[in-house]
Ligand binder design. Structure first.
Ligand code: F6R
Ligand code: MG
Ligand code: MG
Length: 388
């Protein structure tokens, strides 16, 4: 499905003397998201919030701060996809995103939407939206002769949902044929891993350090893939690693993640990026952030987590970046070749649901976002006896 975003480049008049496009300038692609109110419950984003965000970003484009933008959503998360020349971690861009979320939260309050303003953890902006609630993935790139990118957006899960797909895209030859048969990919990629509990990071160069990489990223509650780059330094992918529960010290919402992946010409082909989602692997975040469920690749229209507030969803939007403009998006999972993955996800989801409150459907106690355990323990504390 083609869904041209508002303000997309006008229809091009064919130029008979066309030459291959030259590589463009340096540009930053920022995907910043927040849940500022759901409709109904935690299911989707009300169109009025999308309209408000579009109007605000349109002003920022007129003022010259943004080159282009596309407002989207996945489940109850509002997603701002922006191109600009300010680099990553720009205070101006983060403030813009914060202000847009803030005014959208105002619209959400007016409509009494659910959890209005829930991801805006601070009363005012303080330089960078990281650590304040919103999820952020940003990549600064030298626009190639042709620049295809995919923006991945997930709901009812956390940033560790990207660990397995990013591994498959950039390190698994059974997923990415180019690792074996394309000379420009054969050397492999470097993965930057964040330990979100100890706040430290480490890099692994693959394929040489593949087994060490896997030893860490299989522990999805602690180690997250932050970024991937080619060995010549070309940035290839970046994910959001915010963990709201760690930021706020208590449950305030889901850290539903975003990621950006560049494709083609020495990077995974578009289809190799999408192939990584052909297994609906099991991720944390379903119902009350306290259950495991299959990650279901869906179109934007199907990103309405309805069954037991899920199962977790992922949407992929494809763009070509042309002189900083976002040409697109194409709703990439809106395709019958993913029907069987959705079907498999439904089977896995039903099977897990039959476990009810038992692990491994329910998360282990320390990973649950909701728990009554301390209260129950407190009530029953006098009744425990030593086992002889
Ligand atoms: C929210 C989510 C939901 C909620 C659940 C209970 O992203 O995943 O499953 O956790 O609907 O929400 P409250 O406690 O707000 O009624
Ligand atoms: Mg919500
Ligand atoms: Mg959400």
């Amino acid at each position: 499905m083609t869904t041209q975003h508002k303000g997309a480049p006008a229809r091009q008049v064919p130029n008979k003397t066309w030459k291959p496009a030259a590589a463009g300038a340096r540009i930053t692609l920022s995907a910043i998201k927040a849940d500022v109110g759901g409709y109904p419950g935690h299911m989707s984003v009300h169109p009025h919030l999308i309209e408000e965000a579009e109007a605000r970003l349109n002003e920022a484009r007129k003022d010259g701060l943004l080159v282009d933008y596309c407002v989207s959503s996945c489940g109850d998360d509002l997603e701002l996809i922006m191109t600009h020349k300010e680099g990553v971690d720009s205070e101006k861009i983060h403030k813009l995103a914060w202000d847009v979320f803030y005014s959208c939260a105002g619209v959400a309050h007016g409509l009494k939407l659910y959890g209005a303003g829930q991801d805006l953890l601070a009363d005012s902006f303080s330089g960078n939206v990281k650590g304040m609630g919103p999820g952020v993935a940003e990549i600064e790139l030298d626009e190639r002769k042709s620049e295809p990118v995919v923006v991945l957006m997930a709901d009812k899960t956390g940033p560790s949902a990207w660990n397995l797909p990013l591994y498959k895209m950039f390190a698994d030859p059974f997923n990415t044929a180019g690792l074996v048969i394309d000379g420009s990919m054969h050397d492999g990629f470097v993965f930057e891993i964040h330990d979100v509990k100890e706040h430290q990071k480490i890099e692994f160069s693959c394929p040489e350090e593949l087994y060490s990489l896997l030893a860490f990223i299989g522990s999805t509650g602690k180690y997250l893939i932050k970024s991937v780059r080619r060995k010549d330094g070309t940035p290839a992918a970046v994910s959001s690693t915010q963990k709201l529960s760690l930021i706020a010290g208590k449950y305030v919402g889901k850290d539903d993640p975003v990621a950006i992946v560049r494709c083609q010409s020495g990077l995974p082909a578009l289809g190799e990026v999408l192939e990584a989602f052909s297994t609906p692997w099991i991720v944390a975040g379903w119902m009350r952030g306290s259950h495991n469920g299959p990650l279901m690749p869906v179109s934007r229209k199907q990103a309405t987590p309805s069954r037991f507030d899920g199962p977790p969803r992922v949407v992929a939007l494809g763009f070509q970046i042309a002189h900083g403009k976002l040409v697109g998006p194409i709703d990439l999972f809106d395709d019958p070749s993913f029907d069987h993955v959705r079907e498999e996800a439904n089977h896995i989801g039903s099977f897990l649901r039959r476990h009810g409150p038992f692990e491994p459907h329910r998360l282990p106690p320390h990973d649950m976002e909701y728990t009554t355990m301390p209260e129950i323990m407190n009530k029953l504390k006098g009744r425990f006896r030593k086992i002889d």
